[in-house]
Design a protein around this ligand. Structure first.
Ligand code: SF4
Length: 207
């Protein structure tokens, strides 16, 4: 039996994965665009991705695996009437400047009026993570939908949580992100941040 190193399939996955990230480059430099994910994470990332968009490129196995899980689960959801990668957008005027809040819901069922967010991770606690619930709440508010599902896919467990909409002041969230008021937003965040080597606000993890 002969086993040799090969570079046949990985370059294909690499090209596709990197190409997808490069298509967002110009937009990443745009300070008038705010992403939904930025409303639930460190506000300084919003600033740094405008200055250093190249640092957001990743081909780490954990990132690629998460992407592949999304593609797989979304395929099942499409077969069951969901629209996947459903775009959402809302404009806000703050200090006389117009900003666009943008995001993509993993899956939305227009008749059943349900939003699904898919989360993949190495491990899981026994309750959904706070920033995932907040992100889902933002989507529920943007689409004026009452019910959302958080679906966790991990190597050891599957978990599904139902989240009911509560009213959120989206304008305040956008404002605090633009004004860079929460850096970091979570005490664990700097450890996983792609900007940690160049960030003056970086803190050491406390948990
Ligand atoms: S290192 Fe921490 S404070 Fe700096 S951008 Fe990243 S998460 Fe925010």
């Amino acid at each position: 039996m002969s086993v040799e190193s090969s570079e046949t399939i990985l370059p294909l996955i690499y090209s596709s994965h990197i190409r997808e990230q490069l298509t967002r480059f110009e937009e990443l430099r745009n300070n008038r665009v705010i992403y939904v994910t930025e409303l639930v994470s460190c506000s300084h990332k919003h600033r740094l991705r405008q200055l250093y968009p190249e640092l957001t490129i990743s081909f780490e196995p954990i990132t690629v695996t998460g992407h592949l899980i999304h593609i797989g689960v979304e395929k099942y959801l499409v077969e069951n009437g969901f629209q996947t990668e459903y775009p959402v957008k809302k404009t806000f005027e703050i200090d006389n400047v117009e900003y666009v809040l943008k995001g993509k819901v993993d899956a939305y069922h227009p008749e059943k009026r349900i939003i699904v967010e898919i989360k993949s991770s190495r491990n899981i606690t026994n309750k959904p993570l706070e920033h995932h619930v907040e992100q889902l709440q933002i989507y529920l508010n943007l689409l004026n939908v009452e019910t959302g599902i958080l679906l966790y896919i991990t190597p050891v467990v599957f978990r599904e949580y139902r989240v009911e909409r509560k009213d959120i002041n989206l304008a305040n969230l956008v404002k605090s992100t633009i004004r860079n008021e929460n850096h970091p937003r979570w005490n664990w965040e700097c450890n996983y941040c792609v900007f940690k080597e160049i960030c003056s606000y970086r803190i050491e993890q406390t948990t």
